[in-house]
Design a protein around this ligand. Structure first.
Ligand SMILES: [Mn+2]
Length: 437
């Protein structure tokens, strides 16, 4: 039986910090993710809901965390799959109702089979229901019939808490970052001309598995022009000698994600054109990391990378205008540099790889203030897909796609790069690629 990832006291303090913000007349219902089918009766790898993991660390499917107020205190009840030899013979051992009571940070545990009867009673007596919809149809049905005055969203309060990572959470993300760094290094070492995208993917994911981790999102391995497709994931092409490969791959440790992108030449040597673009993206990325300062607005990172990229695109003769014209509106970033850098500079990282609490591209404000304990990604890129028919691509750089991504902890003493174990300078990369022999 694998217990929850963090200490009991950490879960209990999260629960009381969250529940303490709610009216005592409310009921909280946090269902976990459903099992989803991939083909006939085979399922996708199961991943529990991040709010469930955050509040009590329960990772088995078919579970609901409930909280209600009784005799002047909050009481938590975890509904779980009961022990069932026949079901376990097919699908694996379960912790069960008694096991959950022994090892998990909740007051009561109960069989998921009693969910309807039990929850109906509490629903009749409460005035508001803090509830995650669309995850558990049985619960959706119960809540839709309730007399409760108000359906409320628990994520506002929970997201404010999740966005600041504790020391234990940072340690998890650090572990995840170390494994992902090791995977990227192994992939660089194993790369030689003629390698295929799926072969690089297999090296990356072998390291994840060997370290008892798993991917946090489908690994992106884009050779040549495929590097210019932001969420490319078919990984089914052989890479031509002389091309770059862009690898965006991260893993998960106890639910906590890492997210690393590196770009390297399969030949082991950057061409002049590739080097020009790579050095520019790296310079922008370093500026983005420098901008991860406590007290700065979210948009500072994007402004920092955008200025460097726009300036560089002008110096390389790709754009013929001023930096201000290249960037466009200073909130919308709609100038012509956008043709080559069409995504945001980063996102929050945590239990979700695109974690709660960050600013989004297109926001009308400058986003949240960066605070110590936030973990963000910094991942500028430049993409010159010659397959595009919407813009003109400069011949010299046609077919080049470069992105460099690190995971960064904001601290009172400045940014700390959690993925610093993963090399990114041209010298380091050229020394590593193909070094496995
Ligand atoms: Mn990312």
């Amino acid at each position: 039986m694998v217990g929850p990832a963090l200490s009991e006291s950490e879960y209990l303090s999260r629960q009381s910090a969250f529940l303490g913000q709610l009216p005592e007349s409310s009921l909280v219902l946090i269902p976990t993710n459903p099992v989803t089918y991939r083909s006939n009766d085979t399922v996708y790898p199961y991943r529990a809901n991040s709010y469930m993991l955050y509040l009590c660390g329960w990772s088995e499917p078919e579970a609901v965390l409930m909280a209600h107020h009784e005799a002047s205190e909050w009481v938590t009840t975890l509904f779980v799959q009961p022990r069932d030899t026949k079901a376990e013979l097919w699908e694996g051992r379960r912790v069960g109702v008694e096991g959950a009571a022994l090892g998990w940070p909740v007051d009561r545990t109960c069989s998921i089979g009693k969910l309807s009867d039990c929850v109906s009673e509490f629903l009749d007596d409460c005035e508001s229901v803090y509830y995650l919809p669309d995850l558990n149809p049985e619960l959706d049905e119960l809540v839709s019939r309730t007399q409760a005055v108000e359906l409320a969203d628990p994520t506002t309060a929970l997201d404010d808490m999740r966005v600041i990572k504790s020391d234990a959470e940072v340690a998890m993300i650090q572990q995840s970052s170390d494994i992902a760094s090791e995977a990227h290094i192994a992939a660089m070492r194993a790369t030689s001309p003629g390698i295929a995208e799926w072969e690089i993917q297999s090296v990356i994911e072998a390291v994840f598995t060997a370290r008892r981790s798993c991917w946090a999102y489908q690994s992106i391995v884009g050779g040549g022009e495929n590097a210019t497709i932001l969420h490319y994931k078919s990984n089914n092409n052989r890479i031509a000698d002389g091309d770059l490969v862009l690898v965006d791959a991260g893993c998960e440790v106890s639910g906590y994600a890492s997210d690393i992108t590196r770009t390297w030449p399969v030949s082991g040597k950057f061409s002049d054109q590739q080097r020009e673009i790579y050095e520019l993206v790296l310079k922008a990325q370093m500026a983005g990391i420098d901008a991860c300062q406590a007290g700065s607005v979210w948009l500072s990172m994007h402004r920092a990378t955008s200025v460097v990229l726009a300036q560089g695109l002008i110096e390389l003769g790709i754009l013929d205008c001023t930096v201000e014209e290249a960037i466009g509106d200073d909130m919308e970033f709609n100038g012509p540099y956008r043709n080559f850098f069409m995504h945001g500079t980063g996102h929050m990282l945590g239990l979700d790889v695109h974690d709660v609490g960050g600013g989004r591209q297109g926001d009308k404000d400058e986003g949240p203030i960066l605070q110590p304990g936030m973990v963000v990604t910094v991942e500028p890129g430049l993409y010159f897909g010659s397959w595009r028919d919407d813009i003109e691509i400069p011949d010299r750089y046609a077919g080049i796609g470069v992105r460099i991504e690190d995971d960064v902890l904001v601290t009172a003493d400045g940014p700390v790069v959690l993925t610093s174990g993963c090399p990114k300078t041209i010298e380091e990369i050229e020394a590593l690629v193909g070094s496995e022999g």
